[in-house]
Design a protein around this ligand. Structure first.
Ligand code: C6P
Length: 412
């Protein structure tokens, strides 16, 4: 641990790293509590991308000129830093992609499609985001396979016995989220992987909501694939990463064809490039990869353990304060959670809650959160959701609670 990491977490100093947090909305200080949708970006990420465009911009992997070499070096160095961030064995196991959604589709097409037949099963959980449901459902429709679903308890935890029961000789893949974007529940990935691996089944982990809050160690988690989105990790939109075990990635077919992913092409046949290039067809998001690596550097500077500890405290405080609001129902009270609080307030429609909160300067998300099966599980069409990052404060929790008081005043 560096000296900076041993110091107490100075949230005001951290906030000053994020230019947007200083702005006002509707003449009030911005209280940004929509971090599960996307996070704000620190100055160092914005600067890294500006610097790339001002000093190094060129296409990569194809130019002999200096700028191209520098851009290639920066892009590949970024890959190395992401590999370290998730403790991959080697940087060739990191495939840059647009984000979690593209990574799921890549695994569904490249890994699962050739290995799944009619009657086989793909096991997901009831708390998955549409991104970790729809691609598998499309695969099932194309192959005659069946989507099976592990249940979620009333507290919003994964029902482990229900999960184990659904691992069958026909299960070809488990696809599970690291943390729920609605309930905040952190799933016991290591345990799920052990159960699945006993049956010889590989595990894909959707890390969209795990990576921003928890230190990710893919080797300790024991999974086979792990995907995350840059924009939820304080980096730009349009970039993310898929980590996969070398042997699985090597056995997979490319998802898209095009430039950069080939070794040789004739009109008769194409041979593909080595990992990871065979999965990165076309000109990639070079600036995005550089921004993502800058975000990872920033997080490493703060220390993921300190981030998690600070957020845990904030979650406890926010949970206590929200539970004290008259008429508030909290969804997701599992023991192990990231700082996401979804709720209903009396009979108020979540969109009305969101609109009144916005007038008070408080940004939350309302709706089905791209998890309609989970809404059905809890018997509601929509929820209001406050989702926190390490730059949020107790003052902001108080602002949320006071704005909810306004909602009750107005809507009764
Ligand atoms: N959830 C939310 O407000 P993309 O769009 O590819 O970056 O991430 C998709 C995704 C996949 N899995 C989980 C668990 C997610 O939370 C998300 C994105 C946002 O909850 C936007 S819908």
């Amino acid at each position: 641990m560096s000296q900076a990491q041993a110091a107490p977490f100075d949230v005001d100093s951290v906030r000053s790293d994020f230019p947007i947090l200083g702005r006002a909305v509707r003449d009030r200080a911005l209280v940004y509590l929509d971090n599960a949708a996307t996070t704000q970006k620190p100055r160092s990420v914005i600067d890294a991308m500006d610097r790339y465009y001002e000093e190094e911009n060129a296409n990569i992997h194809r130019g002999v000129h200096l700028l191209s070499q520098q851009a290639t070096f920066a892009y590949e160095r970024a890959r190395g830093r992401i590999a370290k961030f998730v403790n991959a064995v080697e940087s060739a196991e990191i495939v840059f992609c647009r984000g979690t959604t593209e990574a799921v589709n890549l695994v569904a097409h490249g890994y699962a499609r050739p290995r799944v037949q009619a009657g086989d099963e793909i096991l997901v959980t009831h708390m998955e985001h549409h991104s970790n449901i729809v691609p598998w459902q499309m695969l099932c429709q194309a192959t005659g396979a069946k989507l099976t679903v592990a249940p979620v308890t009333d507290a919003g935890a994964l029902d482990l016995a229900g999960f184990a029961d659904r691992l069958s000789p026909r299960t070809r893949l488990v696809a599970v989220t690291h943390a729920s974007n609605v309930l905040g529940t952190i799933n016991p990935i290591r345990q799920l992987c052990d159960l699945a691996h006993e049956c010889g089944i590989p595990v894909f982990v959707d890390g969209a909501q795990g990576a921003p809050h928890l230190g990710v160690d893919v080797q300790a988690l024991g999974c086979d694939f792990y995907a995350f989105s840059g924009h939820k990790l304080f980096a730009p939109t349009g970039i993310g990463a898929l980590w996969g075990r070398r042997e699985l990635l090597e056995a997979m077919s490319p998802y898209e064809g095009g430039g950069s992913m080939i070794q040789s092409v004739t009109f008769e046949a194409t041979t593909f490039a080595e990992l990871p290039n065979k999965f990165e067809a076309g000109t990639p998001n070079i600036a995005g990869a550089i921004g993502l690596a800058a975000a990872v550097d920033y997080l490493n500077g703060l220390g993921m353990e300190r981030i998690a500890a600070y957020e845990d405290e904030l979650l406890v405080y926010a949970t206590e304060r929200l539970l004290a609001v008259d008429g508030l129902r909290l969804f997701g009270t599992a023991a192990d959670k990231v700082a996401v609080l979804s709720f209903a307030l009396d009979a108020a429609h979540p969109h009305d809650i969101g609109t009144i909160l916005d007038i008070e300067g408080v940004a939350i998300r309302t709706g089905h959160h791209c998890a309609q099966p989970l809404m059905q599980r809890f018997g509601v069409p929509a929820m209001a959701r406050a989702s926190f990052a390490f730059y949020n404060t107790r003052r902001e929790v108080d602002a949320l609670v006071s704005a909810l008081g306004k909602v009750r005043e107005i809507l009764g």
